[in-house]
Design a protein around this ligand. Structure first.
Ligand code: PMP
Length: 303
């Protein structure tokens, strides 16, 4: 059931004349995100490369969706998945990892993602037959999207795509997909999206409410020559459009989808008539209800 997610045209949120914006609904994967694809690939890679035995342990630092993807991939196997999650990320995601049989270990919020990465390394040294796939540096990550999401997208739009817009956390989705699309048609403009508090546009690393995207250093798997544009989206703009996507389109998406859509709208505004912009909606809003994703007051406090 992983993959072949539908692609929809945004129709009711006002857009500049004659520019189409299409979104691939990755939240319709069985574990609810674009990272189900990665979980399946990382597990297969760990076994094929003999990093672990079929009864081994996979340890991954994750804000959530990759952990859910790995846990899902391990269902029905004898592999144990350990998800190392920094405090402060959505609780629903941790509940889902546990529901799928993974072990969840929280690391202090003050140490950020690096704290989770360090913990994962020290645990893998102690635990026999264990492996950290390290999505941030594993080339299986962009390859997942190059081999699955990108060809699906290409065939779903019959090659009619002018601009591709995607958010980046590890950069796997953007890099794998943009590389494939450029190989098909070098004229396609590929645009990367980050939240405020991320460094790709020269900003300083800092906190943000948009979950799943943002970098505090350039990810080693990212290909910067694929950046034809970079949009940095404020949290309040991502959350405002998340609410609009629900009310006007019936699309219940997470905040990184909101950021991607805001960037797609910005691209649409400066594009000529007849342009087709395609973006990715990586996950859904249900896993963020406890964080107040639909509560407008949160944004008002920020302003
Ligand atoms: N959005 C969400 C909700 C995510 O969980 C992720 C993965 N961290 C992304 C976007 C970005 O994906 P990638 O790591 O492939 O850049």
């Amino acid at each position: 059931m992983i993959g072949w997610t539908p692609i929809v045209e945004i129709r009711y949120v006002p857009l500049p004349n004659r520019v189409r914006v299409l979104a691939k609904l990755e939240y319709l994967n069985p574990g609810g995100s674009v990272k189900d694809r990665l979980g399946a690939y990382l597990l297969k890679h760990a076994l094929n490369e003999k990093h672990i035995s079929p009864k081994g342990n996979i340890i991954e630092p994750t804000a959530g969706n990759t952990g859910i993807g790995l846990a899902l991939a391990a269902v029905g196997t004898d592999i144990t998945v350990y998800c190392i999650v920094p405090e402060g990320f959505s609780l629903e995601k941790q509940q889902m990892m546990r529901a799928l049989g993974a072990k969840v270990i929280q690391t202090p919020r003050s140490l950020g993602m690096q704290g989770a990465i360090d913990y994962a390394h020290s645990l893998s040294q102690k635990l026999p037959d264990s492996y950290c796939p390290e999505q941030f540096s594993n080339t299986a990550n962009p390859l997942t999207y190059y081999e699955t999401l990108a060809p699906e997208l290409w065939s779903q739009v019959d090659g009619e795509i002018d601009i591709f817009v995607a958010g980046a956390g590890t950069g796997g989705t953007f890099t794998g997909t943009a590389k494939y699309l450029k190989e098909k048609n070098a004229a396609i403009r590929t645009v990367i999206v980050e939240p405020e508090g991320s460094i790709l546009n020269g900003g300083k690393p800092g906190p943000h409410r948009t979950e799943g995207i943002g970098m505090d250093r350039v990810s080693p798997i990212i290909q910067t020559d694929l950046f034809d544009g970079i949009h940095t989206i404020q949290d309040k703009d991502a959350f405002q459009i998340v609410r609009e996507l629900a009310r006007k389109e019936g699309l219940l998406v997470g905040s990184s989808s909101g950021a991607a859509f805001q960037a797609a709208v910005r691209e649409a505004k400066s594009a000529p008539e007849g342009t087709t912009v395609v973006t990715i909606f990586p996950d859904g809003s249900e896993r963020y209800l406890s964080t107040g994703i639909y509560e407008e007051e949160k944004d008002e406090k920020e302003n």
